[in-house]
Design a binder for this molecule. Structure first.
Ligand code: NAP
Length: 293
C-alpha cells in the first residue's frame, strides 16, 4: 500500500514509518518543518510539506494514498485553551482526510487514548469519554468511525497513557520532564493508580495491522502493560535521575491533573485475539531503565 501518514516524525510515527517500510508498504509523510522532512527522508519515506491546518495539503496527500494513518497532534497541555485549540485543529484535519476517502473503501486509521472505567480494566467495547479535557478528541474519533457507513474502512487504535521508547514518551515521559525541572520525582494522589503502557514499536505493529485488516468502524487497544502503579513509575524515574520520590499536588500537572490522578488500567484481550497482535518489546518499567541523569 502507498500510505499517507501524519505525525510520521513523532515518537509513535517514526516507529510506524519503519514498521510500514519493513512490511513492503511505501510511505508519504506530512512534514511541517525542514527538520521533520529531513528525518522522514532519512527514514526512507517521502516528505509531504504542510501542517494540520493546511487542509489542501492534507487532501493532496490523501489523494495520492491507498490508506491513511493519522497521528499528528499538537501536545501543548499547558492550558485548557491550548488543548481545545489542538483538538479543534485535529478535528478539522480529520474531517478533510475522511471526506477525501468517502466511497473509496480505503482505510483510515486514527488514534485516541484508552477509556477509563472505574473498578476494572477498560476494553475495546467501552466508549471513549464524553467529558473531561480530551472529550473533543472522542468526538473526532466517533466521526471517523461513523465514516464506515460511507465507504471508508475507518478504525481507531486507542493508545495507553504511555507509549514509550528509550525511556521517553507519554505520561511517564511527562513525569520525567517535570522531575528533571523540579528536582523531585513526583506522583499525584497516593500513587497506587495504574496507567497502561506500550512500547512505540509494538504500537506501530498494531497500527499496521489495523491499516491492513481492521473491519470498518472498529476500535483496538494498543495495550501491552495493563497498568503500572504511578508510584512504581516515579520510583524508577527517581532512582535513574538520583531524585527523591514524593507525592505532589495534582495541580503540578495543570489541566491534566485529574487524568493523572485517575486509576485507568486497560486490557487488549480482544485486540490480541482478533488481530493476532502480540507485543514483544520491553515493558515501561524496563524501558525507564534507559533514562540517564
Ligand atoms: N505517546 C503517548 O504516550 C500517547 C498516548 C496516547 C495517545 N497518543 C497519541 O498518539 C499520537 C502520536 O503521539 P506521539 O507520542 O508520537 O507524539 P509526538 O512524539 O509528540 O509527535 C507528534 C507528531 O505530530 C506532529 N505534529 C504536531 N502538531 C502538528 C501540526 N500542527 N501539523 C503537522 N504535524 C504536527 C509532530 O511533528 P513535528 O515533528 O514537526 O513536531 C510529530 O510528528 C498523538 O495523537 C498522541 O496524542 C500518544
Amino acid at each position: 500500500m502507498h500510505v499517507f501518514i501524519t505525525g510520521g516524525s513523532g515518537l509513535i510515527g517514526s516507529a510506524t514509518v519503519a514498521e510500514l517500510l519493513g512490511h513492503g508498504h511505501s510511505v508519504l509523510a506530512l512534514a511541517r518543518s525542514d527538520a521533520a522532512a529531513k528525518a522522514i527522508e532519512a527514514a526512507g519515506a517521502e516528505p509531504h510539506r504542510g501542517d494540520l491546518a493546511d487542509l489542501d495539503a492534507l487532501r493532496a496527500g490523501a489523494a495520492r494514498a491507498d490508506g491513511l494513518i493519522h497521528l499528528a497532534f499538537g501536545h501543548d497541555f499547558t492550558s485548557p485553551d491550548a488543548i481545545a485549540r489542538a483538538i479543534a485543529e485535529e478535528n478539522r484535519a480529520l474531517e478533510a482526510l475522511g471526506d477525501a476517502l468517502i466511497g473509496s473503501g480505503r482505510p483510515l486509521v486514527t488514534v485516541s487514548g484508552t477509556p477509563q472505567v472505574p473498578g476494572r480494566p477498560s476494553t475495546e467495547r467501552d466508549p471513549l469519554p464524553t467529558d473531561g479535557p480530551m472529550a473533543g478528541r472522542s468526538r473526532s474519533v466517533a466521526a471517523v468511525l461513523a465514516l464506515a457507513s460511507r465507504g471508508v474502512r475507518s478504525s481507531a487504535v486507542r493508545m495507553p497513557r504511555t507509549v514509550h521508547s528509550q525511556g521517553g514518551g507519554g505520561f511517564a515521559g511527562m513525569l520525567t520532564q517535570i522531575a528533571r525541572r523540579t528536582r523531585v520525582s513526583g506522583y499525584p494522589g497516593d500513587g497506587t493508580q495504574r496507567w497502561p503502557a506500550v512500547h512505540a514499536r509494538d504500537a506501530a505493529v498494531l497500527l499496521r495491522l489495523a491499516l491492513e485488516r481492521a473491519e470498518p468502524g472498529t476500535s483496538w487497544h494498543a495495550v501491552a502493560d495493563e497498568g503500572d502503579a504511578v508510584r512504581d513509575i516515579a520510583t524508577v524515574v527517581g532512582r535513574r535521575l538520583g531524585l527523591p520520590v514524593k507525592a505532589v499536588p495534582q495541580e503540578t500537572y495543570g489541566p491534566l491533573g485529574p487524568v493523572f490522578a485517575a486509576d485507568q488500567p486497560s486490557s487488549s484481550t480482544h485486540t490480541r485475539a482478533t488481530l493476532g497482535w502480540q507485543p514483544t518489546h520491553p515493558s515501561l518499567l524496563s524501558d525507564l531503565e534507559n533514562l540517564q541523569p
